[in-house]
Design a binder for this molecule. Structure first.
Ligand SMILES: Cc1cc2nc3c(=O)[nH]c(=O)nc-3n(C[C@H](O)[C@H](O)[C@H](O)COP(=O)(O)O)c2cc1C
Length: 201
C-alpha cells in the first residue's frame, strides 16, 4: 500500500513516501539490498564521527534468530512484525570509544543513521517500521549486547503488504490518515514559544 504524506509544503518524494506499515509482503530482501540499507546508515553524520551505532539483524529464513527477535517485542508488536522479511535491533554505544566519556548524542546519532536507512529503504521499494515496544534487557541477554551499549529500537523491514492481511483493528490503523503538527508549532525564533516568521506563511 502507498500512503504518501499530505505535506503542507513540497518535500522530496522519498520523504513523502516513507511510512511505517504493519502489513508486509511475503517476499525476502536480497542481500545486496540489505547491504545498501546499512551502507546508507553508515554515511549518517555523528558527533566526532564516532558512529556509535550497531544493528543486530535476522532474516525470516534464519528461523532461530528471527524468533528470538520477535520474542523481545511486546505482544502487540510481535503480532504484526512476524510477517516482516527482516527484523533488526538498533543499538547505541553510550560512551566515546576514545576516552570513555559519556556521549550524550549517541542515541541522536543512532536515530540519524536509522533515518537514512529508512530513506534508502523507501528508495528500494521497502518499508521500515521502528518500535520502542520491546524489552532492551531481554535483547541484551539473548544477543549478548555488551555493557556500554544499549538497545534503543527494534525495526521491522520488508516489502509493503496488503492491509487486508491484518486483523480488523490494525487494518483500520493502517488505512487511517497520516497526521503531523504544523511546522508553526515547533519552529521557533528569538524566544522559546515564538513561531519563526517564515513558518507561518
Ligand atoms: C522510536 C520509534 C518507536 C516506535 N514504536 C512503535 C511501536 O512500538 N509500535 C508501533 O506499532 N509503532 C511504533 N512506531 C511507529 C510510529 O507510531 C510511527 O512512526 C508514527 O505513528 C508516524 O507514522 P509514519 O512513520 O507512518 O509516518 C515507532 C516509531 C519510532 C520512530
Amino acid at each position: 500500500m502507498h500512503k504518501p504524506a499530505p505535506t503542507d509544503y513540497p518535500v522530496h518524494k522519498l520523504i513523502r513516501e516513507r511510512w511505517s506499515p504493519r502489513a508486509f509482503a511475503n517476499k525476502s530482501i536480497p542481500q545486496n539490498v540489505l547491504r545498501s540499507l546499512f551502507e546508507a546508515a553508515r554515511w549518517a553524520p555523528s558527533s566526532y564521527n564516532e558512529q556509535p551505532w550497531a544493528y543486530l539483524v535476522a532474516t525470516r529464513d534464519e528461523q532461530g534468530s528471527f524468533e528470538r527477535m520477535l520474542s523481545v517485542l511486546v505482544e502487540f508488536n510481535a503480532n504484526w512484525a512476524k510477517s516482516a522479511a527482516v527484523m533488526a535491533i538498533a543499538v547505541a554505544e553510550l560512551a566515546f570509544a576514545k576516552n570513555n566519556a559519556p556521549n550524550r548524542n549517541a542515541q541522536y546519532d543512532l536515530g540519524a543513521a536509522t533515518a537514512l536507512l529508512s530513506v534508502e529503504a523507501t528508495a528500494q521499494g521497502l518499508a521500515v517500521h521502528q518500535m520502542a515496544g520491546f524489552d532492551p534487557e531481554k535483547a541484551r541477554q539473548l544477543f549478548g549486547i555488551p555493557a556500554g551499549w544499549e538497545a534503543i529500537a527494534a525495526i521491522a523491514l520488508g516489502y509493503p503488504g496488503d492491509p487486508a492481511s491484518l486483523p480488523p483493528p490494525l487494518k483500520d490503523r493502517e488505512m487511517a490518515p497520516r497526521t503531523r503538527k504544523p511546522i508553526a508549532e515547533f519552529v521557533m525564533a528569538g524566544q522559546w514559544g515564538h513561531t519563526a516568521p517564515f513558518a507561518t506563511k
